[in-house]
Structure formats: structure tokens, C-alpha cells
Design a protein around this ligand. Structure first.
Ligand SMILES: Cc1cc2nc3c(=O)[nH]c(=O)nc-3n(C[C@H](O)[C@H](O)[C@H](O)COP(=O)(O)O)c2cc1C
Length: 304
């Protein structure tokens, strides 16, 4: 069977207007007009850069809904977002703040499934879709991981051993935060659920893998907040699992050679936000049109 047949690229000629949009959006450059004037998929060596990327852009771009691929029919795709979406996104981004206190109950599993099914379409480098998601969807399981990680972390702290980005000072501040903002849990902020984007970190592509995980983490966080859930992106807990508590890391069931730099804690917020924040990043936003050219401000980074 030719590879193009494995992609199951089918054009409904009764709908196709031969506009060529599928050809001009095909990242793998495997679609062209056939002798009959309709697009068809050329045979190719293999999926990926030597052929079809499996991106489904041909199905997504066709204004007539004339293309199906991989057995996916255009009528089963999500419709485009409404035109007010830009404003909703602005509201979402400004009002999405880290939530560090959660209700101690599981989120409706159907909502988690819904968010994860949208996450299947989140961007990945080269459309390789190699990033994986692990979700701890029961609060008791999170509690068991927390207990294992805590025991190891506390034992190391007694020997003045901390993760690479922490010190006695930062650790003591985190401990202090348990009295209020991190409600008894400096590691996972008492979140009933964890989401971890992870990917095998092959040497040549390690940066791509980390970027894929960061992108997935951000998309997941936005989707959660769009559905009224609270989230915190946590790297400290990931450091503890990776550096101090291997037994707790094992409990995630994630292969050892996978990057796990960020963990999202999520759940119903105990203290929802009432409005957006008003941050100003103009000194750190660099635009190079003539009228806006600025001298660069003080550059700061990291914890202060
Ligand atoms: C890469 C990354 C790692 C973070 N690690 C932690 C963490 O370990 N614990 C925590 O409580 N918050 C953590 N946060 C949350 C940030 O500290 C939070 O985004 C910051 O307080 C800004 O607040 P905002 O999200 O409301 O804008 C992390 C955020 C990012 C982006």
C-alpha cells in the first residue's frame, strides 16, 4: 500500500472548487493537482519530513469541507471560534492568575476528558506530536505522591540539601507560605490533580522537547481557566521529584529519560479571582518600527 493511501486523503469532487488552498497549506508538500484538475496526495517515502506531516491542515483549510484525511471527516471538526474570541482571550489571559488554594475535591472527570481532548490538537514542534501527557486525576493519588515527595524533601532539608534552584532561604520562604498562600502544601499547593507534559529528551532535540512541554503546559493552563478551573505551573515540585525524591517520581509512571520540568496543579479554586491584573511590560516589549524604537531598559531575570 502506498503511503498516500495510508493517509486516506479523499477529495469530494462534488464539493471541491479546485481553489488550491490545500496545496498551499500542505507543510509536507505532498498535495498537487492531478490530471483531472483536482488535488490528490502524491506517494511519499514516509510520514514526517519525507512526506505527510499528519497535520490535517488540508482538512482544516478547505472552505468547502471537501477533504477528509486519516478517516477524519470535515463535518466532525470543531467549528471556528466566534469573532468575539479576541476579546475573550484578552480577558482570559489577564484574569488567569496562579491559583494556590484549591477545593479538596476531584474535578468532574468529564471536564478533564473534554480539556484533554482539546489538548490533542495543541501545537507540537514539526507536528511530530511526540509530547505526552500524564494526568493524576484522583486527589488521593496526588496525596500519596505528595507524602512520598515530602518525606524525601524534608529529610534532605535537615541535611541542608536543596534542589538546584533552591537554598535555605527560599526553602524557608516556601515553608512560611504554607501558613497562607500555599495552604499546608508548598509542593503542590494542595491541588487535587496534576498535569505533566513530558517528552523523551533525545540529545539533538532536547530543546524542542522542552519547548513542546512548555507550550503544552501553557495551553493546558489556559483551557483549564477557560472552564473555571484554577491552575498553578510548578517547577519546584518537579525539581523535588527529579532531584530529591526518585521514589515519588516513579509513582508518576513517567519514563526516566523524559523531561518533566513543569507540573500543572489544577482543580476548583477555593479563592476565585474577581478581575484581571494591570501589568505593564512596555519596557520589556521590543518593537522595531521607527516610531516605537526605544533604548532597551534594565534587563533583570530570575528570583530577586
Ligand atoms: C516555569 C514556572 C515555574 C513555576 N513554579 C512554581 C512553583 O514551583 N510553585 C508555585 O507556587 N508557583 C510556581 N509558578 C507560578 C509562578 O510563580 C506564577 O506564575 C507567578 O507567581 C506569577 O503569578 P501569575 O501566574 O498570577 O501571573 C511557576 C511558574 C512558572 C511559569
Amino acid at each position: 500500500m502506498g503511503m498516500e493511501q495510508k493517509a486516506k486523503f479523499i477529495v469530494d469532487k462534488s464539493r471541491c472548487t479546485r481553489c488550491g488552498k490545500c496545496i498551499n497549506t500542505c507543510s509536507g508538500m505532498v498535495i498537487e493537482f492531478g490530471q483531472d484538475g483536482y488535488p490528490y496526495m502524491k506517494d511519499f517515502e514516509r510520514f514526517g519530513w519525507r512526506g505527510c506531516w499528519r497535520c490535517q491542515h488540508c482538512l482544516a483549510v478547505c472552505p468547502q469541507g471537501a477533504i477528509s484525511v486519516f478517516g477524519k471527516r470535515p463535518e466532525d471538526s470543531m467549528p471556528l471560534p466566534p469573532s468575539e474570541m479576541g476579546q475573550y482571550m484578552e480577558q482570559l489571559v489577564t484574569s488567569r492568575r496562579s491559583c494556590r488554594r484549591f477545593l479538596c475535591r476531584n474535578v468532574d472527570p468529564l471536564l478533564i476528558t473534554r480539556i484533554l481532548s482539546a489538548m490533542a490538537a495543541a501545537p507540537t514542534g514539526g507536528n511530530a506530536q511526540s509530547v505526552e501527557y500524564t494526568v493524576i486525576d484522583d486527589k488521593d493519588r496526588v496525596q500519596a505522591i505528595r507524602q512520598a515527595a515530602y518525606a524525601a524533601m524534608d529529610a534532605k532539608a535537615r541535611q541542608h540539601i536543596y534542589t538546584h534552584s533552591f537554598s535555605e532561604f527560599y526553602y524557608s520562604k516556601m515553608k512560611e507560605s504554607e501558613k497562607t498562600v500555599r495552604k499546608g502544601d508548598l509542593l503542590f499547593c494542595g491541588a487535587p490533580h496534576l498535569f505533566i507534559a513530558h517528552e523523551r529528551c533525545a540529545e539533538k532535540w532536547a530543546e524542542d522537547s522542552k519547548a513542546n512541554c512548555g507550550i503544552a503546559t501553557a495551553y493546558f493552563e489556559l483551557l483549564c481557566n477557560a472552564h473555571g478551573l484554577g491552575t498553578t505551573i510548578m517547577s519546584y515540585s518537579a525539581e523535588v521529584l527529579n532531584e530529591l525524591a526518585p521514589q515519588a517520581r516513579e509513582m508518576l509512571n513517567i519514563p526516566r529519560d523524559h523531561y518533566t520540568g513543569m507540573i500543572v496543579g489544577f482543580g476548583y479554586p477555593e479563592i476565585p479571582y474577581a478581575r484581571g491584573v494591570q501589568k505593564d511590560r512596555s519596557a520589556k516589549t521590543h518593537r522595531y518600527s521607527e516610531s516605537n524604537r526605544k533604548t532597551s531598559g534594565n534587563r533583570t531575570s530570575g528570583r530577586e
